[in-house]
Design a protein around this ligand. Sequence first.
Ligand code: PRX
Length: 648
Amino acid sequence: MAKAGQTEPIEALLKEGRKFPPSKDFVKQAQVKSASIYKDAGGDLVRFWEKQAKRLRWMRPWKKALEWKLPYAKWFVGGKLNVSDNCLDRHVEGPHKNKAAFIWEGEPGDSRVLTYRDLWREVNRFASALSKHGVKKGDAVTIYMPMIPELPIAMLACARIGAPHSVVFGGFSPESLSDRINDCKSRIVITSDGGYRRGGTVPLKKNTDGALKACSFVSTVIVYRRTGQEIAWQDGRDVWWHDFIKTGDAYIKPEPMDAEDMLYLLYTSGSTGKPKGIIHTTGGYLTGITATHRMIFDLREDDVYWCTADIGWVTGHSYIVYGPLANGATSVMYEGTPDYPDKDRFWRIVEKYGVTILYTAPTAIRTFVRWGEQFPNRCDLSSLRLLGTVGEPINPEAWVWYWQVIGRRKCPIVDTWWQTETGQILITPLPGITVAKPGSATRPFPGVSADVVNDKGESVDAGYLVLKKPWPAMLRGIYGDPERFVKQYWSQVPGVYFTGDGAKRDEDGYFWLLGRIDDVMNISGHRVSTMEVESALVDHPAVAEAAVIGRTHDIKGQAIAAFVTIKSSVTATDPLKDEIKAHVAKKIGALARPDDVIYAAELPKTRSGKIMRRLLRDVAEGRALGDTTTLADPAVVADLKQKYEDAE
Ligand code: PRX
């Protein structure tokens, strides 16, 4: 695929002709029935978003809906609101008071239901305790927890007192955690002793202890007891959640937040080794996710909505916590893996709670395809009425399987494209209107202006996906690094937001996403930077130099292939490969463990010393080698190709 800066067009080989209109029954009851919404919103996008913002509760109305000084947008300027007030108090004061907010299921099979009132009560106590502990508006708080209700409780408590949270995915290593704590300098960390996963436990407190060796400024670690496993304890720093929460009052007034005050930071991988702290603010973010959640998932009062993501990723922030709660929805939340105790766990959960809307990832769907139909077929999935996917392009075969086997040919599928940076879904079907084509995320959401362009910014059929106008939930920057913000997103094509994704557009104006065009890999729907893995590799004492690429993988979408040269004093053995893989997993997290480690005598480099990843991709994908004329030594890559083929 072409890289930004090169002229060759992106090749899009896939042709998919099947079309799937929504059923008449679905259309009849749909939230959004008329395609005029696209025209109306396109005509005046500010008015469209203002209309959506008015569905929220504002403490003070905004003066100006949009102030756009490229690359900085301010939405709902002068307005004040509080996210926890919108997600909780607003519902508790009305008929939703005792409606289930979360139906939670732990991996061992334990279960809890928290009504809006329950959640409100817990959030108030915890927020008040944080406040009494000295946490103030603007103080960052790191949260490193399993998928238990206390995770959203902690987030909402932070939002209530105006303390931006930084949630770190529980699968990350101590080192990744300490990098993130160090970047935002949070003095408070909220964690648990552990969490359940695939029948075992994840040692979150132990990881936290490891991380904090490099973060001496952390003064308080609040620990929720989930598993009861043995943990180390540091008196004066560590405090149990159940003791801490007792210090809080029953009620604390939600802090009036400026629409542009920070709600949270979320770290994501970019094309350099250092994760970026993506800044999301309050008013525009809540507006964007609430509107998209309601319209795209066709939300109804009696829906049981289940997004299977982990809250540690943006999908969980926007579409498990803030969007569904602001909309007063009932959500299912599950702690563990889909194959515990058996490969039908997801379908048992759908049956048990009567899930109506299921939002999951293509990598999970491909895994289900591989496991076979017998697992979903032995459960009653008749409650389902709408399906969604997110995280990576979905291959049409997986889409059709999802539609037939899980949706029983009656549920529309919404393939939703967005990013940590965009905060909200931007390209997606509207299920009551859109004729779906498997593999296409279809069209920009109303009020969203997307285009496919070349390096000069001219519209083309296949090229780079860009966003031309601001949208309310867009990132407001990279924490502590305004230059990187401009360079990364606003410089490749002047005047527009550069997504880093390739895309093509078909004759109906549908968008087909073609994956990343930068040095970011998409492993099971999660972003991992090649540089990050490379620096973990060279950190191993045996490794001299490393180059990493993402190669196609049936289940994960992409798998990591690491080409390494080892130091002359070391012998290249298979056990060393395993050791190197384990080293990367330890440094970053299991997600980043390379599938392949390939020993190379030398890495293919240009005469100026730049590693030619394109050729490594050819090698790993078993393709004929592309142009090798710019290589300093063309023999290097031929040799590698041979080695790779021998190893397979
Ligand atoms: O490459 C796109 C892919 O995931 C990237 C964003 O990753 P992240 O920030 O981790 O957020 C994932 C969840 C929103 C995008 O740049 N991506 C996400 N959704 C889709 C997708 N690619 C194709 N189709 C999608 N529906």
